[in-house]
Design a protein around this ligand. Sequence first.
Ligand code: GTP
Ligand code: MG
Length: 451
Amino acid sequence: MFGSLEETITAPAAPCGGRRGIVRISGGASLQAACRLIRSFPDDFDRTQTAILPVELTLYGRQRLLPALLYFWPAGHGFTAEESVEIHTFGSPAIVSRLVRELCAEQRVRPANHGEFTLRAFLNGRIDLTQAEAVLGVIDARSGGELSTALTQLSGHLARPLHALREELLNLLSDWEAGLDFAEEGIAFLTPEALADRLEELRKRLRKISDTLTSRSPRQTLGTVLLFGRPNAGKSTLFNALKGRFGGETTPNALVCDHAGTTSDWLEAPLCLGDRTVRLIDTAGTESIDRPEERTDRLLAGADLVLYCLPGDQIPEPIPPSLEPDRVILLQTKSDLALRSLSPEQTARFFRTLPVSSIRLESIEQAAGAIDAFFRTIPPGGAVPSTAQRCASALDAAQAALSRAVMSIGGDEVLTAAQLREALEQIGTVTGAVTTDDLLDRIFSRFCLGK
Ligand SMILES: Nc1nc2c(ncn2[C@@H]2O[C@H](COP(=O)(O)OP(=O)(O)OP(=O)(O)O)[C@@H](O)[C@H]2O)c(=O)[nH]1
Ligand SMILES: [Mg+2]
């Protein structure tokens, strides 16, 4: 059903009968094809920059010019990651279909199939399959709730943790298989015990993702909140303060000490914030904020919200590129000792900035309020129905394969590797890392033209 990526595709991108007619073009010949229909296209046009340009279309000859706006994205910048153009003009169906016809007169340009722009965004690595389905969910949404579920899915809420999980599983598999290659030399890259622990942890995370996929109730949604910062920043003291006020009795307190590097492993506790329960995780301090150690990096990828703990007398450092600032709350810790006022530029990108003193239990309620406020911006659980249906069985199968992998540890090592591969394949079908033409056909043929 889908043509070659070498070809440039075009289609109307606005509903028929609207006031504005939009024609979308994507592929290497986009600008060249559009230029043919434009009077005096500037010779010095910079093809390396995104641009919006008022132009005149020569569709009906040079005596009857049509005003239009040309939007240009160089390769790597637009939705499809290919060179793309949109021409916005009058919403006349006659003009729009003529425009598409004329564009297709250019060699290498052809009409797009249903969903082909989104398919290209997927094939070029812009979005994963769950996000592609979310595009359809946004278009089909019939209520504010459905729209917000689809928008959350589109922003990568499902894709991000699944991608992180798959990466970890791939690393585990390669370490395990490397050990098999060197078995005779007695070199092990991963001990069976370490593998079993990591797989059990991954299985739990997968179950959480699979639960949120089908859940609709905020009570069932266990958001993950991660304490992050340099050693000695006051993370564990804050963990204990939040746990003391909003947690249960069952989790032990984190060790606190004035020596840097007190916390060496992560520790978690549930916090009850109104009708929502979140998992609060204390981590080992990281020496380099923008390039944390591998383990912290993994935890960051799986967290919904990050509490960046920064002693009140310091200024924020650059955060890891993969960590979106809008899922970070900056907490100026030890505010009883010193509190520097930060400029709007230093704080604007974060979801919120707040001073706290965990020793004096000052602003602990406010910190909890900010966590709750963050989760209120995320609609409760769930996924676009087509994603939920498609993914439920694959994620169940992946969890089952991980359980089998754990059980096989200590026995046949090759069988363990095969089970890991099975889990990877199942997760891959959800994100689209593993696809078949049938699957793509089923998903993208439901799109309308121009999407
Ligand atoms: N005055 C004051 N001291 C604090 C506060 N919070 C933490 N501290 C002190 O700062 C030191 C480090 O606190 P921790 O909570 O262990 O810091 P951490 O970030 O967990 O440190 P690592 O586990 O080493 O990364 C301890 O001596 C705490 O008592 C605070 O709000 N006020
Ligand atoms: Mg600590």
